[in-house]
Design a protein around this ligand. Structure first.
Ligand SMILES: *Cc1c(COP(=O)(O)O)cnc(C)c1O
Length: 488
């Protein structure tokens, strides 16, 4: 259907440079211009509607134009939009900080020994700045407690993504980004991530939908962390901080950790006197399911530093926070002239509108019946996804709560990946958009991360669009798959 390109599309193509986008491709066709949203539905410039199956890049929790979030914002607008946190306090920022630490320390039935208490909140603007803050705090804390030599050492997981600022890229391990900015970065060690589907130690055959459920190994991935920690200690420059995403690595390709990985690793890291630095930017605020608002809690782990952003405001405004402990906070106390201050901050720190809407979002998330409703839909999503297993191109179905990654492969019997240049993931997402469902892929992994307001019908529509799009895009082979014994 040839339509005249909209004015907005033309202005966009003339002037807007999009993130992580090959702009030559972008300029080839008229982009979707989103104009309105309500609940899970978004509407474009031509009046077409779409389901927001990736929660507007993992930010939205309760749907668009939620009446309570809208009202909270309006109430705050009636007072003041922004005031500086430099030398001044504000009500929404103070109240939100108190509420955040209240929810950040609850653990499930089995808290891991040595858990600290998170009591302090440092605000910033997005996931990258929240991680950057955590890294600077860990760095400076280590130097003050252990002395400046040897210099602090960071350890993070293979494939990790922690944001785009220079420090956050340094602790990430995505080769493409490291190649681009290598000269700007500091060195961080990496250790294997528990990627059960492609684990060299997993002796199970790839015959069931979620590799974690048919894993056969001796926790070699935990052993690898232990070896790294030992090597660093023996070298005279021990690891100061372990940076990780709890339960599920997001941008690394939606890689979920098997139950028990995190508490085992936490015990080792603490044994070596290193800080646990949790990046809950993607996983926070109930995304990984169950009753826990933060992913680490479901494994009983409270970190020393915790970065939150994406879902903090329910997807409304850019606001982020780094939570930390009294002992880290205290290392920055002193007489003025000692200059032990944390020299770091942003103009919009603790923005009043962001904090007001974040408080309302927490109020929506916290009641037990809200958690129960999330659990119900989460299990319906689980049931719905089992259908995908019959597709030849589906190698691994990874679900952790409301986060789903479907890894597409050329040959499921050998886990042979599609070459990235074939853009299989992107093409499946383009086919889904034609079917009225918006999401994005990470390489060959198609992501589903619907907002919590998604109805069962909408969930089914998303899964159907995904099924039909994979079926349309991927070549089929004739090897028949074993049927599922248990759901993914
Ligand atoms: C998105 C993301 C970041 C970066 O957040 P921005 O708001 O994009 O700067 C950091 N860590 C994780 C785990 C993320 O998913």
């Amino acid at each position: 259907m040839a339509r005249r390109p909209s004015v907005v599309a033309a202005l966009d193509q003339a002037h807007v440079w999009h993130p992580f986008t090959q702009m030559r491709d972008w300029l080839k066709s008229e982009p979707i211009v989103l104009t309105e949203g309500r609940g899970t539905t978004l509407r474009d410039q031509h009046g077409r509607t779409y389901l927001d199956a990736n929660s507007s890049i993992w930010t939205n929790l309760h749907g668009h134009r939620h009446p309570r979030l809208d009202a909270a914002l309006r109430r705050q607008l009636g007072k003041v939009a922004h005031t500086s946190a430099l030398g001044l306090a504000s009500e929404p920022a103070a109240r939100l900080a108190a509420e955040l630490v209240q929810v950040a320390n609850t653990t499930g039935p089995a808290p891991v020994p040595g858990n600290p208490t998170l009591t302090k909140v440092f605000y910033s603007d997005d996931g990258s700045t929240a991680v950057e803050t955590a890294l600077k705090l860990a760095y400076e804390f280590t130097r003050r407690v252990r002395g400046p030599k040897p210099s602090p050492r960071f350890l993070s997981l293979d494939g990790a993504y922690h944001g785009d600022t220079v420090g956050a890229v340094s602790v990430g391990h995505i080769d493409l980004f490291h190649k681009a900015y290598g000269g700007l970065l500091f060195r961080a060690d990496k250790v294997m991530a528990p990627y059960c589907y492609r684990c060299p130690f997993n002796r199970a055959k790839p015959e069931r939908s979620d590799a974690r459920t048919h894993r056969s190994c001796q926790w070699e991935c935990v052993g690898a962390v232990e070896q790294q920690l030992n090597r660093a200690r023996q070298s005279g420059r021990p690891v100061s901080a372990f940076v990780y995403e709890p339960r599920m690595q997001g941008a690394a390709g939606m890689i979920p950790q098997p139950d028990g990985w995190l508490p085992r690793v936490a015990a080792l890291v603490r044994d070596h006197g290193a800080l646990m630095v949790a990046d809950e930017v993607m996983t926070g605020f109930g995304r990984t399911g169950g009753d826990s608002l933060f992913a680490g809690q479901s494994e009983g782990v409270v970190p020393d530093l915790m970065a939150v952003a994406k879902g903090l405001t329910g997807g409304y405004l850019p606001l982020a926070a780094t939570l930390t402990t009294p002992s880290i906070f205290d290392a920055f106390l002193g007489e003025y002239a000692e200059f032990r201050t944390f020299f770091h901050g942003h103009s919009y720190t603790g923005n009043a509108l962001g904090c007001a809407v974040a408080r309302e979002s927490l109020a929506l998330l916290r009641p037990a019946r809200a958690a129960a409703a999330r659990r119900t839909l989460e299990s319906r999503l689980r049931t719905g996804l089992t259908r995908l297993w019959e597709l030849q191109a589906v190698g691994d179905i990874r679900q952790c709560g409301w986060v789903v990654g479907i890894e597409l492969v050329r040959d499921w019997t050998r886990r042979t990946p599609f070459p990235l240049a074939e853009r299989i993931g992107m093409r499946v997402c383009e086919a889904m958009a034609r079917r009225g469902v918006l999401t994005r892929a990470i390489g060959n992994v198609v992501v589903l991360m619907p907002p919590y307001c998604t109805s069962q019908t909408e969930l089914s529509q998303m899964i159907e669009a995904l099924y039909d799009s994979i079926d349309e895009i991927s070549p089929t082979s004739s090897v028949s798959k074993p049927s599922l014994r248990h759901s993914p």
